[in-house]
Design a protein around this ligand. Structure first.
Ligand SMILES: *Cc1c(COP(=O)(O)O)cnc(C)c1O
Length: 402
């Protein structure tokens, strides 16, 4: 019988990422159950951390998210183009030239600096259109946001504008994923004092939000009524200090296929710079994935793929488009391998690859490139796919594809 992955291979013929939308919905439900009195913002910036923002964004809304969060206006416009009509907040500073498009597409903007506020006001005036804004308070990131002592005056300016509607006030934690847990409560105190100032001025703001995934997992949400989560929705841990527990499942796995099967003789070297030299006869396989797909070069001579439940070590350097692994005797051309997955069956995880590459799981996930087609599952069956490089995408009917 043909299983889901065989059907996926018919559509991708090689390296692809599989994203389980049911697991994504479950992760979101788990996060919501941890913060039952809060609205939920699903953070889908950076193409949903490599998982595909259009499909994941809509799936998050379907799973009960109130709002989507992105970093740039261009990301919000992309979601609108792809038919996502839910509220979207651009968390970062808006590019002045894009503010008009954002307003026309009903995108919510974060005001966190005087020039940003002025540019948003001027554009709203010019277009004669309302814009919903969230006020960003800087409580320690020193990136984007007003100092707590500026918040009252800024909120008064927003209130006096007939076109700006202040819907939210928020801050971002610098260290919620740290071993040292002392920083976040101080940031919460600063934020709440600023939010209190708004209340005292009679400025009613619908959403107060502070917590990212790490803060949600640690219960550090203060008195906010919305939370923002990215990494944990994808089933990945914010850090080694703040791991997701077993209620969460990683939702993405990277898969590829064996392109060539061969034997190395003693003394044969593999790949660039001869960093691996066979000491004996070694069965090997060439797999069509490389660092230009998102497999970190740091996994060279360190990582492994999973084939038929067996770990196959990476031999030599990961190239741009190919990598050589040690092959089990029964491996054949066309066989599927798991490059990165949940780890539940012994496969390499985003955390493993991040550690080998001297970075974190966030960076490995977001570096999955446009060359890798994404295939989406519901009920264990492929239901949709897309390929950002070619712009192709489609809906799969599992019962027809076989
Ligand atoms: C990226 C981001 C988040 C999500 O962080 P996670 O650690 O992935 O949950 C939340 N808030 C802001 C402002 C962000 O930039």
């Amino acid at each position: 019988m043909m299983d889901a992955y065989d059907r996926i291979h018919q559509h991708t013929s090689g390296t692809h990422a599989v994203i389980d939308l049911d697991a994504y919905a479950r992760n979101i439900q788990t996060l919501r159950s941890l913060t039952p009195s809060c609205a939920f913002m699903a953070v889908v910036k950076a193409d949903a951390y490599g998982h595909g923002a259009a499909t994941c964004g809509q799936a998050a809304i379907d799973a009960g998210a109130t709002m989507l969060g992105v970093a740039r206006i261009s990301e919000a416009l992309y979601l609108r183009e792809r038919g996502v009509s839910a509220p979207i907040l651009v968390l970062g500073p808006p590019t002045e030239a894009s503010i008009g498009s954002a307003i026309q597409s009903n995108i919510t903007l974060a005001i966190g600096s005087e020039p940003a506020l002025s540019a948003i006001q001027a554009t709203a005036d010019r277009l004669g259109r309302d814009v919903t804004v969230h006020l960003k308070v800087d409580t320690g990131m020193r990136r984007y946001g007003f100092r707590p002592d500026e918040v009252g005056a800024i909120a008064e300016r927003v209130r006096s504008s007939s076109l700006l509607e202040l819907e939210g006030v928020f801050t971002h934690f610098s260290s919620a994923d740290d071993r040292d847990e002392s920083v976040t409560p101080d940031q919460i105190r600063l934020f709440e004092r600023a939010a209190e100032e708004l209340t005292q001025r009679g400025i009613d703001v619908r959403y107060r939000h502070v917590a990212n995934s790490a803060a949600i997992l640690r219960g550090l949400t203060g008195s906010s009524n919305m939370v923002r989560s990215g990494i944990a929705t994808y089933g990945l841990s914010p850090s080694e200090e703040v791991p997701v527990d077993r209620r969460f499942d990683p939702i993405l796995s990277i898969r590829s296929t064996v392109a060539r099967r061969f034997a190395l003789n003693p003394g044969d070297s593999v790949s660039y710079n001869r960093t691996y030299i066979a000491a004996e006869v070694v069965e090997a396989a060439d797999v069509s994935i490389g660092y230009a797909d998102g497999l970190p070069k740091g996994t060279s001579n360190a990582g492994w793929f999973l084939a038929n439940g067996q770990r196959c070590p990476i031999l030599g350097r990961v190239c741009m488009d190919q990598v050589v692994i040690e092959a089990p005797v029964d491996m054949r051309v066309g066989d599927a391998v798991i490059v990165i997955g949940s780890g539940r069956n012994g496969e390499m995880t985003f955390e493993d690859a991040g550690r080998m590459a001297g970075t974190n799981n966030y960076e490995v996930a977001t570096r999955l490139t446009a060359r890798v087609p994404r295939v989406y599952l519901r009920n264990g069956e492929p239901v949709a796919w897309e390929h950002l490089l070619t712009g192709d995408r489609g809906v799969l009917k599992a019962d027809v594809a076989g």
